[in-house]
Design a protein. Structure first.
Length: 336
C-alpha cells in the first residue's frame, strides 16, 4: 500500500520520490501537444495534481485523418511502434483505412476523461515498477469543475498556482516548483532579459553566448500554456486567449505575487490600488479577493460562476441546489 506522499519524501523508507513530480508535469506537457486541449495552469503537489484546461472539439474536427492517426499513434503506438515518437507512414496509412476508428479517436482527442486516462496510466506503470507493486497511482477518479467566465478562470488559476504558497512549501509563486507560475515567471524574466540585451557589436565570448542560449531556452518554458494576449493583439472568439483578454503576463504575475504575500501573513489581506483594475475589469470583488483565493476549494464544487449560472446548471441537471452560492457572492462584485 502506498502512503500519502506519492511524489515527496518518505520518512519511513528515507527515500525521495520528488522526481515523480517531473514525470507528471512532463506527461501533461506531452499530452497538451497531442490532444485538442489548451492548458491554462497546473500544479503538481506531493499527493495531488491540479490542471486547468479547456477542450477544443472544433480544433480536432479540423484535423485531417492523417493528423488524427499521427497524434494517437504517438501515445498508443501499437506493435513495433515507439511511444512518444512519430509513427511510421505504414502505421498511419493502416489507421486511416479504418474510418470508424478514426472517428472514434477524433472524439477521444477532445475528451477530458481520455486526457486524464492517458496521463494517469503511464505514471502508474512507472511508479509501480519503482515500488514493485500494482494498482492505481492516484487514489480515485479525477474531479472536474467547470469555470463559467473569465473571472472564474482567473480565480481558479490563482488558487492553483498559489497552492504551494498556501501549503507553506514555497515563499513566492516564482519559487513554487512544478507549477505554471514558475514556468511563466521564468519565461517572462528570460524574455525581458533578451529584450534588454542589445546585440553586441562584436561577437560574444563563449560565456556570454552560453548565458544568452540559456535565456532563449528559459523564454520557451511556458510556450505550451495558453498565453496572455499582448497589448493591441486581435483575438478571435475561437482563440482560448479570449479568456485571458484584458490583462497581460506582468499583470498576472504581480497579482499572484501580492496575493501570495497576503496569504502567507494569514490575514484577510487587500489588493493594492494599481492591481485593483485587473479584478474590476472582470467584475471581481477586490476587497474579498485574497480571502476568496484562500478558501476557494471550499467555496465552489462543480461550477464556478455567477448566481444565474449556478441556477441554470442546477435546472439543467434537475437539481434543487448547487453548491457555490456563497462563493459567487464573495467572488463577484455583482454576483447575480
Amino acid at each position: 500500500m502506498r502512503r500519502a506522499y506519492l511524489c515527496g519524501w518518505d520518512a519511513q523508507t528515507q527515500r525521495s520520490f520528488e522526481h515523480r513530480r517531473a514525470w507528471v508535469r512532463d506527461r501533461v506537457k506531452e499530452l497538451a501537444g497531442v490532444f485538442g486541449v489548451h492548458v491554462f495552469s497546473y500544479t503538481v503537489m506531493h499527493n495531488h495534481l491540479h490542471v486547468i484546461l479547456s477542450t477544443d472539439p472544433r480544433l480536432v474536427r479540423g484535423w485531417t485523418d492523417e493528423e488524427v492517426a499521427q497524434r494517437w499513434l504517438r501515445i498508443f503506438p501499437g506493435p513495433g511502434g515507439r511511444r512518444g515518437h512519430p509513427p511510421e507512414a505504414a502505421a498511419v496509412a493502416a489507421f486511416c483505412r479504418e474510418p470508424e476508428r478514426v472517428a472514434r479517436v477524433r472524439e477521444r482527442l477532445a475528451d477530458v476523461s481520455w486526457f486524464m486516462r492517458c496521463l494517469n496510466e503511464p505514471i502508474a506503470r512507472r511508479a509501480n515498477r519503482e515500488d514493485d507493486c500494482t494498482g492505481r497511482f492516484w487514489e480515485g477518479r479525477f474531479k472536474c469543475q467547470r469555470l463559467d467566465d473569465s473571472g472564474a478562470l482567473l480565480a481558479c488559476m490563482a488558487y492553483v498556482d498559489l497552492n504551494p504558497v498556501r501549503a507553506g512549501l514555497a515563499a513566492t509563486p516564482e519559487a513554487s516548483e512544478f507549477t505554471s507560475a514558475e514556468d511563466r515567471s521564468a519565461a517572462h524574466r528570460a524574455r525581458r532579459q533578451l529584450a534588454l540585451d542589445p546585440a553586441a557589436e562584436t561577437a560574444p565570448n563563449a560565456a556570454q553566448e552560453a548565458l544568452r542560449e540559456q535565456a532563449r531556452t528559459e523564454s520557451q518554458r511556458d510556450h505550451w500554456l495558453v498565453a496572455f494576449p499582448a497589448a493591441n493583439t486581435p483575438v478571435t472568439i475561437d482563440d482560448p486567449r479570449t479568456w485571458l483578454y484584458g490583462f497581460n503576463t506582468e499583470d498576472y504575475l504581480q497579482l499572484l505575487d501580492q496575493t501570495g504575500r497576503e496569504l502567507r501573513t494569514g490575514k484577510r489581506g487587500h489588493i493594492s490600488d494599481d492591481l485593483r483594475p485587473i479584478l474590476e475589469r472582470l467584475d471581481l470583488d477586490a476587497e474579498a479577493w485574497v480571502d476568496t483565493i484562500a478558501r476557494y476549494g471550499s467555496l465552489f464544487h462543480r461550477l464556478t460562476g455567477k448566481l444565474h449560472a449556478l441556477r441554470a446548471w442546477a435546472r439543467a441537471k434537475n437539481l434543487a441546489w448547487l453548491h457555490g452560492h456563497r462563493g459567487a457572492r464573495q467572488l463577484y462584485a455583482t454576483p447575480a
